[in-house]
Design a binder for this molecule. Sequence first.
Ligand code: ADP
Ligand code: ZN
Length: 293
Amino acid sequence: MRVLGAIEAGGTKFVCGIGYEDGTVTDRVSFPTTTPEETMGLVLDYFSDKKVEALGIGSFGPIDPIPGSPTYGHITTTPKPHWGGYNLVGAAARHFNVPIGFDTDVNGAALGEYTWGAAQGLDSCLYITVGTGIGAGAVVGGQLIHGLSHPEMGHILVPRHPEDTYSGFCPYHRDCLEGLAAGPAIGSRWGKPAGELDADHPAWAMEAHYLAHALMNYVLILSPQKIVMGGGVMKQSQLFPLIHAKLQELLSGYVQHPALNQEIGSYIVPPELGDNAGLAGALSLAKLALAGA
Ligand code: ADP
Ligand code: ZN
C-alpha cells in the first residue's frame, strides 16, 4: 500500500502523521502552532525522510480551498497573528513534489468519517466539532461541499436560550453559534472551564439547546444521513441524549425518517475514528488527492 502523509493544522497545534489508503495511521507527532515559518519548518522536517506519495492537509481557517483561485492553499483572514495570508500548500509544495489535498479540518474530518468511520457506506454526512471554536464540514452526494469557498457552519445564528445573559465571544458576530456555544463561551458564562463542570450542571442543557438548534438547521438544509459530533466539549457524553431529545422536540415530527425518530441514537454520534478523527481526515484528503492526480 502507498504511504500517505497527513497534516492536521490547528490553531494551537499541528499534528502530523503517516498512514495508508485503508485509513490506518502508523505514526503521529505534534508541534505547537507558533509562527508559520517555525511550525512548517518542523512539519517539513518530519516528512523529509518519510517518502510519502501524497499529502493531505486539514486546516483551521478560513482558508481558500478552491483550486485555480489565486489564493488557493492559503489561510485567508484568520485573526491568528502571522497566519493571515499564509500559503500553506505553497510551503509544502516547495518541498514535496506529490499530490497535495487541502481543505478545512472539518471537511477533512467529514471525509474521514465518510471513508472509514461512522458514515461508511452512506452518500452524505455532517461532521461538527465543538471545541475552542465550532466548525462543520459535510459530504453530500459523495463530495465535500465547496462553493464560493467553504461553508462556515459554526457561525450561524441560533435563538438565545431564554435564561442566557452571556453576551457571546465571536469577534465577528458576537452571539453566533460559536460565540454562544464553543468551549470558551461555556467557560466564560459559568465562570469555570467547561471540562470542570459537573455532568448534571445546567450548562449542559443550555449547550444542548444551542447545538440542537444548529443541528435542526443543518438537517433541514442538508439532510445528512449521519451527524458526527467531535471536539473537546463533546467529551461530555451526557450531551448526546440531551441533543437527541431537544432536536426531536424542535423538529416536532416535521421530517419523517427513522433516523430522526427511533434511531436518533445512532444518527447523531461521536467520531468512530475517535481522537484520530482530525488526522484521519487529513489522511483522507491525501487519499483523495492521490486518486485525482
Ligand atoms: P481545539 O478546538 O482547540 O482543536 P478541542 O477540540 O480539544 O481543541 O477543544 C478545546 C475546548 O474544549 C476548550 O474550550 C475546552 O474547555 C473544551 N474541553 C476540553 N475538554 C473538555 C471536557 N472534557 N468537557 C468539556 N469541555 C472540554
Ligand atoms: Zn461568529
